[in-house]
Design a binder for this molecule. Structure first.
Ligand SMILES: [Zn+2]
Length: 383
């Protein structure tokens, strides 16, 4: 059996038949995955499991993007258990259309790309005709772009522009960059604020017993401390800062809080809510510093990959990311700053690079496989 996901004998039969004519992939989907089940006892509908929904949505997205990246084809969706008396496919459309829409390029419409019909021989099957894409569809770019308020929403599109733009430049815009120094010192701490190259993260846990215990464990164990940085999305910020002309700093130990500010407008006094930053630091024992530093480097190195503007792999020695422990508030309380220097290329927080799929022939079925990084870059820069 070479299909790498859930299937059934019906799915297999139609896959074989369709593959004789076209590229086709099949997704097996029970109707209860997108329709609520009526609970007779409680006399109310029970919603489908969110985990199953997520898994199936990802499978569909992978399959559709693979077909679009492989000269188009057909996606067969087996709606197992569909009642012959149920005329509506509204819930199924709601289940998949938003995902299908994310696999469309800016110069296309939904109607250009997809055509859905019910299979005449078996109404449990929906067949979606899928047009090929003129440029490779990246389902997850695995790299971030940042604006002052946070990450840009469409990083796949941003990555495409970034790679295309700079691949034609003789002298990439990063060439003027100098070595970035740690941002924090006795002066900068006074007016600290978040902006595109400064990301502040609190190390605050509620004083509920369980949370307090978790905090103590994290402070004791460097492995857990670094896990916590990953939970706070350190690798994502690293990839974003590496694209800024001046790099960036990720700082742990400064939290954001809501605060009231008094003001007067047209003679009227009132208060409004805004944000302020609280420097609280971390009670981290000095002897843990070297191990934490080492673990951060090892995990970044192992979990990332990078390319220069020609699409060639960059040496890790050309990437400068350093950890600094600042003892500037009071003794025993530290602020951790990860300084990220810009690189002449792109960093990804996945060691395989961006996620894009293609269809591969594996007898007797077709299979979705992940595209190689070099093929993605060639395709993006060529179109
Ligand atoms: Zn099936």
């Amino acid at each position: 059996m070479s299909l790498d996901h859930e299937t059934c004998t019906k799915c297999e039969r139609y896959s074989k038949e369709f593959n004789k004519r076209n590229n086709s992939l099949c997704v097996h989907l029970e109707v209860t995955c997108f329709n609520s089940i009526w609970d007779e006892e409680k006399q109310k509908p029970r919603r489908p499991s969110p985990e199953l929904k997520k898994k199936k949505k990802e499978e569909i997205k992978r399959s559709v993007s693979a077909l679009r990246n492989s000269l188009g084809g057909q996606l067969l969706v087996h709606l197992e258990g569909l009642s012959p008396e149920d005329p509506s496919q509204g819930n199924f459309d709601e289940f998949i259309d938003d995902d299908l829409q994310t696999i469309i390029n800016v110069d296309e419409t939904f109607d250009d790309v997809y055509y859905k019909k019910t299979l005449q021989e078996d109404p449990e099957f929906v067949v979606i005709d899928i047009e090929p894409s003129s440029t490779i569809i990246i389902t997850d770019p695995k790299t971030k772009f940042i604006i002052d308020k946070g990450f840009t929403p469409d990083s796949a599109q941003a990555l495409r522009f970034f790679l295309k733009h700079i691949s034609y430049q003789q002298d990439p815009h990063h060439s003027e960059v100098k070595h970035r120094q740690p941002f924090l010192n006795d002066e900068t701490i006074q007016t600290i604020n978040e902006k595109r190259d400064i990301q502040l993260k609190g190390f605050v846990f509620n004083d509920i017993t369980k949370e307090q215990k978790k905090k103590e464990e994290i402070l004791r164990d460097p492995e857990q401390f670094v896990d916590h940085l990953w939970d706070l999305r350190l690798p994502l910020y690293v990839t974003a800062f590496a694209k800024l002309k001046g790099g960036g700093s990720y700082i742990l130990g400064i939290g954001e809080e809501e605060k009231k500010f008094s003001t007067v407008i047209k003679g009227q006094t009132f208060q409004y809510m805004s944000k302020s930053f609280e420097v609280h630091g971390i009670e981290l024992p000095t002897e843990k510093y070297p191990q934490i530093e080492h673990l951060i480097e090892q995990r970044l190195k192992g979990g990332m990959c990078s390319i220069d503007y020609k699409g060639e792999s960059l040496d890790w020695n050309d990437i400068h990311i350093t950890a600094h422990f600042h003892d500037i508030i009071e003794e025993g309380r530290v602020l951790l700053e990860i300084v990220v220097n810009p690189i002449t290329g792109v960093l990804f927080y996945d060691n395989k690079g961006p996620e894009a799929y293609k269809v591969e022939h594996r007898e007797p079925f077709l299979k979705c496989t992940r595209c190689e990084l070099k093929d993605i870059i060639t395709s993006v820069t060529k179109h």
